[in-house]
Design a protein around this ligand. Structure first.
Ligand code: SF4
Length: 314
C-alpha cells in the first residue's frame, strides 16, 4: 500500500472534481473491472484514501492505485460493515446494486464506538482527503476531533450524544466542514495560529507558541510542527493520542510511521516526534493511516523505532 498521503496533491485535484460534481452515490457505469462480481463495487472516482480498506479489510483491498472489492460479504455483519464503509467513503465511490433496506440503521451506527467513550465518526470528507474524525463523549463537554462531512444523519446522532463543546482541529488540512459544525453546535474551535488561514480565521481558540496547552485536566494539546507549521496532537485521559497527520501505524511496514512526502519540515517533525517520548499513551488514533493500541512500554519502543527510521532518511 502506498502512503495515504503519498499522492496528496493528485488527490486534491480529484477531490475538487468530486466536490464540483456533488456526487452522492457510486455509478455502476464507472464500476472498476478489478471488483469481484457481486453486489458491492468501487467505481473509478475512488481517491485511494484507504478508509474502506481499514474499515472492512475482508471486503476491500487495493488494486492498482484505487480500492476494489476483493470478496463480496457473505455474513450479515460483513454486509453491514460494507454499508458503513459505503457511507464513510468521502467520494461516494462505493456502490451497492441492491437498495439496502436497513440503511437508516447503518446511518445510526455512526459514530461507532472504538473504545470506552471514544468514537469513529465515519462520513469522511473529500475536503480533508478522507481523514478520519473522532468524537470523545465526556461529562465536561464532548469533543469532535477534526471535521467529518456535515451531513444530517451524523449531525442528528451527535445531537443525541450531547452535542459538541469543542471542535479540535489537529492541523490545517483536516478542517473540512468546521464552519458548519460551529454554526450548528455553537462549539469552540481550536487550531494553532500557525495553521490558520482565511478559511479558519474565525477560530475561537487559536493556540500560540510551542508549549503544551492544558485544555482541561484530561486534555493536553501538544504542538508538533513538521507536517504543517501549526500541527498539534491531543492526549486525552493520559492514554489516547489523536495524531492527525503527524504519526500513524503503517499496515505495510507494521510499524509507526510519519509521512515524509509533502511534509512541511522533516527536521521539525523529527524533533516533534522526540518530544512525544515524554508522554505515556496506549492508543494512536490518526487522521490518515491505521490506528494502533499497545501497552505504553511497547508503544514507546515503537515510537523510538519510528524516530530512528525518520533520522535515517533525514
Ligand atoms: S473509502 Fe472510498 S475513496 Fe477511500 S479508498 Fe475506499 S472507495 Fe476509495
Amino acid at each position: 500500500m502506498l502512503s495515504p498521503l503519498g499522492k496528496h496533491h493528485a488527490r486534491l485535484e480529484i477531490s475538487k472534481d468530486v466536490l464540483r460534481e456533488r456526487r452522492t452515490m457510486a455509478r455502476i457505469e464507472q464500476r472498476r473491472s478489478q471488483n469481484s462480481p457481486g453486489n458491492f463495487y468501487v467505481d473509478d472516482s475512488c481517491i485511494d484514501c484507504d478508509t474502506c480498506r481499514w474499515m472492512v479489510p475482508t471486503v476491500f483491498h487495493r488494486a492498482g492505485e484505487q480500492s476494489a472489492v476483493h470478496h463480496q460479504p457473505t455474513r450479515e455483519s460483513e454486509r453491514f460493515q460494507a454499508l458503513q464503509a459505503l457511507l464513510a467513503c468521502p467520494t461516494a465511490s462505493i456502490g451497492s446494486l441492491d437498495k439496502p433496506q436497513d440503511i437508516r440503521q447503518v446511518q445510526q451506527s455512526f459514530p461507532t464506538p472504538i473504545t470506552a467513550n471514544i468514537y469513529h465518526c465515519g462520513y469522511h470528507s473529500a475536503k480533508s482527503f478522507g481523514a478520519a474524525s473522532y468524537f470523545i463523549r465526556r461529562p465536561e463537554g464532548n469533543i469532535l476531533i477534526d471535521s467529518p462531512r456535515f451531513t444530517p444523519p451524523l449531525v442528528k446522532q451527535l445531537e443525541a450524544l450531547g452535542g459538541i463543546h469543542y471542535l479540535y482541529l489537529t492541523h490545517r488540512d483536516d478542517v473540512a466542514d468546521h464552519a458548519q459544525f460551529q454554526a450548528h453546535f455553537g462549539c469552540r474551535r481550536i487550531l494553532h495560529q500557525a495553521d490558520i488561514n482565511r478559511d479558519t480565521q474565525g477560530i475561537e481558540l487559536p493556540l500560540q507558541g510551542t508549549e503544551p496547552y492544558s485544555l482541561a485536566e484530561d486534555l493536553l494539546i501538544i504542538p508538533v510542527p513538521g507536517h504543517s507549521p501549526g500541527h498539534t496532537v491531543l492526549v486525552y485521559d493520559h492514554q489516547y493520542l489523536f495524531t492527525g497527520d503527524h504519526l500513524a501505524w503503517s499496515a505495510k511496514t507494521n510499524s509507526l510511521t510519519a509521512f515524509r512526502r509533502y511534509c512541511h519540515s522533516w527536521p521539525d517533525q523529527i524533533q516533534s516526534m522526540r518530544q512525544l517520548l515524554q508522554y505515556d499513551f496506549t492508543w494512536i488514533l490518526p487522521g490518515h493511516g491505521r490506528r494502533y493500541h499497545a501497552d505504553s512500554a511497547i508503544l514507546r519502543h515503537e515510537l523510538q523505532a519510528c524516530i530512528a527510521a525518520m533520522e535515517a532518511v533525514a
